[in-house]
Design a protein around this ligand. Sequence first.
Ligand code: PFF
Length: 459
Amino acid sequence: MAGVTDSSRGGFSNKIGFILAAAGSAVGLGNIWKFPFEVADGGGGAFVMMYLCFCFLLCFPVMMAEIAIGRKTNKNAVGAFSANGHKNWSWVGKMGVLSGALILSFYNVVAGWALGFAIEMFSGNFELGKNFGDFVGNWQLNLSFSTVFMFLTIYIVMKGVSGGIEKASKILMPSLLFLILSLMGYALTQDGAWSGVEFYLIPDFSEITFEVAFSAMGQAFFSLSLGMGALITYGSYVGKKDNIAQSTAMILLTDVGIAFIAGLMMFAFIYSQGLQGSGGGAGLIFTVLPSAFESLGPLLGRIIGGSFFVLLSFAALTSTVSLLEVPVAYVVDEFEIRRNRAVWLVGGVVFALGIPSMLGNGTVDFFTNFMTYSSGKTVSFMDFIENLASDTFLPLGGFFISIYTAWIWRGDNFKKEVEQGNPGFSKSFIGNYTIFALKYMAPIILGAITIVTIFNKFL
Ligand code: PFF
């Protein structure tokens, strides 16, 4: 993210800088922590199939739209709409700011778990998986880890040292991928693993409901960091000669690829350990992986287990930086507060907002059983914020960004923007498809699923 946090509006030093930063934002807890338990809750293969369709058919055009809006206007998520002459659309950016703050509030708590698990795995505490409930119920411990994590995020966003993070990610991201691939290979050799692969890959069409589609859609947006203007902000640093379609494809393939492999690894482990149907929820990877690491032997288990959670924490950090950047950029521009102050202010508010999520895992009953939906399901404060921000606000943001791009800014202007760095785009199949998707598909599908589910689930 070189330059993103500089006070002078620099640009990415090169194209790969942008791709790394955007992929860094995309790849995170969403791929490795959230994706597997969403798949488990959503009935397996049917969820995966819907998720892939959303990513490639809808999120690809929306991602291009966000990047193009950012590059065109050189502004943050809120300012971009005003700068483009549509001030009355800037509330879409404001909704993004709110989503970013809400998502970061619980994301930071889970990132704290990853940090805690790294330490515990290095020290060989493989029993932790069985005692996950006690771990998350220990609020002092969680408060410490999430404080550390928020400080790290604040430090990076404040100092604008994300260039260093980007450089580190050139080594650490491939290491994470390598580790997941190796673990996947190992998992597949375990007894019973292939039943997990079947559950993961073979869709049971009877599982497809509006509610499952809603979660798959939310997951696609969350995982790709879409719908809240993070990529508008990042896009504002992209050079005019860069090929937006190609960069989008690379970011998307990296993100989906990592989630897909992580899912394979997880379901092979879940089934080989006989944990299917145990409804792991947000604790899934934290309960399943420690015993998988233990099976590698005491020394290797510690090294691999500890490294896995360190790399996961790093992946989370490149995402929290982008989550914090969106509200900070807004506060700096809108209220003319100095950047350093804004970072502390927003970071502090978001951290406080995360405390109920931290306490809602058994510590305080009110936050643990926070709300009962009309479907009868009782959820914790953290689940509620996640349902609200990532499953509802992000696709809704995508819905408005699509309408804005295709109908307000207009398809021709969007095409003109993308043409720079990608001559021939307008007449290509991808170009025509993108416009069609932004004009009709995204508004209809995203709108319909969101509205139907809100009525069915929440009201
Ligand atoms: N995409 C991140 C993940 O999958 O972990 C989460 C995220 C980051 C969502 C940034 C939204 C965002 F703007």
